[in-house]
Design a protein around this ligand. Sequence first.
Ligand SMILES: Cc1cc2nc3c(=O)[nH]c(=O)nc-3n(C[C@H](O)[C@H](O)[C@H](O)COP(=O)(O)OP(=O)(O)OC[C@H]3O[C@@H](n4cnc5c(N)ncnc54)[C@H](O)[C@@H]3O)c2cc1C
Length: 1113
Amino acid sequence: MPFFLYKSAHIPVTQYHCQGEPLPTDLEHPHQPSVSSFLVSPEMVQFTQKHILFHNTPTWGHQKPIIPFSMQILRSRPNVVISVLTCADVYSKLSAEVDKLPDELREDAKVRFHIIDISGVIFNPLPPVLEFEPTFKAIFNGETIKCLSSGKEYNLPPVTVALIDPFAGYAIEAIREISENKTPYLLWFTGTAGVGLQYFRQTPSEKLNMHTIRYGREQDIMPRLPEFLDSVTGETITCPGVATMYDYEKYPQELPIVGDMFIHLGRKYIASGQGMIIVSSSSFEREAIDATKKWFSSLGQVVYPVGPSLLPDTPSSAPLTSARCDAQVPVVEFLDRMQKKHGERSVVYMSFGTFFWPKNPEKVWAVIEELLATGTPLIWAHPSPFCVVPEDKLKLFQDSDIAFEMQWAPQKEILSHPVTGWFISHGGWNSAQEAMYYGIPQIYWPIGADQPLNAANMTLVKKAGFELIEVRTGEYGTRKMYRFKDSDPKDLPTFTVEAVRREIRELVTKLKGEEGLAVRKSFEKISREFLSGWNEGGEARESMDTFLKSKSRDASPVDGNNPRPFQNRPALLMSNSRTHGTRINNTMEHIRSQSIVNAIWHQTLPRPSIIVVLAVSWNSFESRGFGFISRIGGFGIRSTAGSTMSTSAPGKRVIVIGGGLAGASAAHTLLEHGSAVILLDKKPSLGGNSVKASSGINGAGTETQKAHGIEDSVEAFTKDTTASAGDDLARPHLIHALTSNSAPALSWLTSQFGVDLTLVTRLGGHSIPRTHRGKGGAPGWAITSALIKKLEQAENGTVMKNAKVTKILQEEGSSGRVVGVEYEVNGEKKVDHGSVVVATGGYGADFAGFLTQYKPDVVSLPTTNGDHATGDGHRLVQNLTGAKKGVLCDMDQIQVHPTGFVDPSNRDAKTKFLAAEALRGVGGLLIDRAGKRFVNELDRRDAVTTAMQQCIDDGKGPVRMVLNVQAYETLKAHCDFYISKGLMKKYPSAKEFTDDTGLSLDALNDTFTAHSGFAAGKAKDPFGKTNFDNADYNVNDTLFIAEMTPVVHYTMGGITVDGGAHVLDADGQKIPGLYAAGEVIGGVHGRNRLGGSSLLEAVVFGRLAGENAAKDS
Ligand SMILES: Cc1cc2nc3c(=O)[nH]c(=O)nc-3n(C[C@H](O)[C@H](O)[C@H](O)COP(=O)(O)OP(=O)(O)OC[C@H]3O[C@@H](n4cnc5c(N)ncnc54)[C@H](O)[C@@H]3O)c2cc1C
């Protein structure tokens, strides 16, 4: 019997009946917290639920402060629910932040703070989130909305007030239109008031038309960005309390994409609502806040400064979150060691955050080298996806005992450690605030957005930081700055790498001297004042209260009486079951609960004063229950879900090693078969090389192919794969497993995970177009992240990051059965038991190990692989110590991909970006230094690589890839990414290219003309190309060109398995309890892997491994 009534001393109880049976009234359970502890005092019952809705562009800096501010509201107003409508990437990040909250806040957040992914992954934050409009409409109409990441459904109360990013104009327009201006909204601004004044008080561009704002697509907006470039006139910009600068100083570094459309959106919308919530404070920028308040008040609006971003009850000395970062142990050990040796405040911490990275890393290396040369202990984090660290720079850290390098830093542990003295950062507002929490002054290296202004304010106006000047780059960055307007020319910065080195040496002296001391003191004073904002009577607290009490237009304020008070209404207690063991998502119970709620909604049952829900776990409760319960506007919905519940199914448990596509596919298949899964990955984030895959995934006989009228078959795919593998190394049983399972694998991805695979192209070596991808960005990312997200939500799945498996355990005796693993997490050794699926990827970055051992001639090449690809799984299986050992095959078969990008600003980088094979698939040409083609671009990878290598060896390099506009348009998202990274260059015509490079325009013209002729069938291509997409090349048209180099890309060798993903021993016998999938297995591709077949191998063998392990476990 699922429903109960709760009898309370305060609130009268009405008996609801379910399916004719009276409901029992006694329901305290000995193991659960007392139900009455969830009740609120009767006078509070008069409030209805109020709903604050957030929506921002998916930039992390705009999202992160939502959590502390929301927690402050939730803590002070028990009648508020908050929803954040966002995209998949932000959903994961915000959810991770919620997980880090202290227990009590986290529990509350789970009930009243809803992060809802309405759009899936977003690659570019500039175009509108088109899903906002229908989602808001659904909420407005009282309809259910669904979170795409978690699958949970929500029936949210009507929106009391919306807090919207000024850059999300589409959302503002939708709210106004749908609610007919009845839903009040305020702007949510996560920068400083100074930036708002400097950037947003002017008229927006007329080019910002309503269609672009509301419905502009990425492909329409990106080419138009230059139209939104503010003309740089060299005028000065001045605002109260803000450092004066020349207008071009907004661009201290060369940036590939100019995002000035954001500035114009800010201008249009910043003062369009009923006011602005700004995450800043008067203690930090009094004059600018005052000026902003004046400006808004002249428009009848209010500004609410709610900085800093602090959680409730956080002592100002230890704020933000109780971060639990697994990577912290070695870092803290390093910091402790530095403290012993060099004393407090001796370490410099450098990080540019999760996005920004200077265009010219030469200057970063110079800074690192000089800091180390001056004996300054350094800790460096480089989480930006744009940062590629060359081997020799990594070696600097390996060779030094005062340097520590990592991709992701436990920033809280670093900044709060007494040894940390200075923080080199870009100076974005979030990092500036974090520095203030811990009183660590910053050394600014502004890159873009609000950073130059923040840096100038802190250094010039407040004298509370240092700024690096010589590190500036680009046309505007290297112009004369306002601060030097009267300087002697000989004292002006020169922006050379040598000048950067000099600047660092001088800075180190300053940091240790009087000037450093004075700057630190000013900074500490500012941070103390800033952090007091949430104290009783502090500005932030007062602002929040005033905001919650404010009555905007026709709407009631967040604080206010319910027009239909719940007083004297009965309490309703709902539960999934009488006892603990039963799960709430039992369908019958769910339907019954819903029917009661519906009855209340339709007023056939009286509205209760309070709803208390007993649930086994929040996941199940929220996904099935809370959405519709919240619909009846009940107050005080709480769960008694307790930690006594078991989260996993008993018995069957399988350990998956590796969180790339193979591991994620295995894990999901295991879950589908009812097993419990623990997935271990040694890196701080999942995804491996799988998230890098850029061309697509193969399938023969798929729905997509049929929709495109492409006839394909397993036989044709098998034939192509066998030909590519080579007669001597082709293994028919493995090829059959791959090709015959291909169409079902793709159908699984689309039906179970909603992955878009509606485009299909033909890659080298395929006789038929069969490589699938979606319309969004990189297919590897789209596929893998969809699986990972769902996995992280799964009830029976546990994902552990930073967990490196070091040993596979076997039973004693002759069976050799695998029974578990040993792994290290945070320096601690752990053991887990169960069957094992090895999915650790390849060894394409194992230069000193397997590559030297098996294929020394490729060791000098760069690689496209991540640094995790070191063949761990191969060694784990090879080094088994029990009765059976795994064996490796084809280890000398290394795929060198012909086309890795040479980055002109870092030619020698060991890790290169791959120029996706799809670039040649859509018509890209390869030319030598004379402008001549030398190969069939669509030949197999090994053939193209050989031809390229020959070309380079014959002195005919560099090799370049050329795309015409049609080819560019077909792969626009890829190309724009490459262009933004400076890897590919756009030329208005061939003339500019030949002028730039010295190639002969006539020779290029001849190449283009001949190629068009081959495509038109006038003659046969001498290199054997028969498939011509986008073949019309003309020297007068726009061209997209990049330099190419061969790169180590994929490792065909690996663990010997059978066609069911069982690991085999030297006698070809299965090793019980051991499976392997993905790039770690050997033999599927023989001598050469076809493009698109590795993602497929990961899914197919991952599924086979999962299925067989589930049967076995
Ligand atoms: C740039 C690039 C582009 C590509 N493009 C394509 C393409 O378009 N189509 C295609 O089919 N293929 C492509 N590939 C190849 C393909 O992406 C990979 O071969 C495939 O995704 C491998 O998947 P996996 O799950 O086996 O390994 P990975 O995705 O590499 O995952 C392995 C995981 O195991 C973890 N791990 C390793 N050792 C341990 C340990 N000791 N303990 C715990 N965890 C461990 C790693 O951290 C990693 O997360 C591309 C590869 C690259 C590098």
